[in-house]
Design a protein around this ligand. Sequence first.
Ligand SMILES: [Zn+2]
Length: 269
Amino acid sequence: MYKKLPDIKWIIKQLLSTPSISCTSADIDQGNLDVINLLANWFESLDFHCEIQRLDKAGGAEKNKANLIATLGTGNNGLVLAGHTDTVPFDENRWQVDAFNLTEKDNRFYGLGSCDMKSFFAVIIEALKSIDLNRIKQPLIILATADEETSMSGAKAIAKHADKFALNNARYAVIGEPTNMIPVRMHKGMMMEAIQLTGSAGHSSNPALGNNALEAMHQVITELLTWRSELQNKYKNPLFQVPVPTMNFGHIHGGANPHRLSARSQPQI
Ligand SMILES: [Zn+2]
């Protein structure tokens, strides 16, 4: 029926060989627009109506970041199939195969994003090839987002304009994240925050002439650890492998050298 479309392995190969790394470091961060354009072409050949939503410029630099909203049909009770098009960065020296190609070995596919989660879109296309799409009674909506691995700016932009894309009419959503083929129906959610402490600099020989932000950080972390215990006592759900909320101290920045009182410190959680 849709013979123009390439086979699933070729689609995965094209997606993997189109890099779209998201990273909070600007020198590693890449756009995902090329992946979005590939997907839009394929879904257009399946008669989907494709809208490419360009994301606002971040920090003044155009990053070629975009979302795809591909819709087939109109009305209520739609089904959303959603995924992200970016990948995490990678360490080339630790890869045994070309990260930007599809390698098939021992009945598995290898490549950056093969599992998490570019191949999901290839699986959707493959599934749709065998369905008579004229018989679909409720809308089918494909969401392909940017920046899931970092700022979630893609998902945020879609949520902001959900009305415009008729997403509020959808009733179900399946997100094709890898879960070892076990359906996961809930997620804890995630926040990343930083606490900026501002003191005043001074020489270490007279602490009274300054206000050391590193010492204040000690108090902040103590408070956060107490709060973490409170949260873990209050919220428990045995359906999660880790049944309580977690809080990770991932990065601390502050101070200059041992004989200065630190004017600034910043823990990130
Ligand atoms: Zn993912």
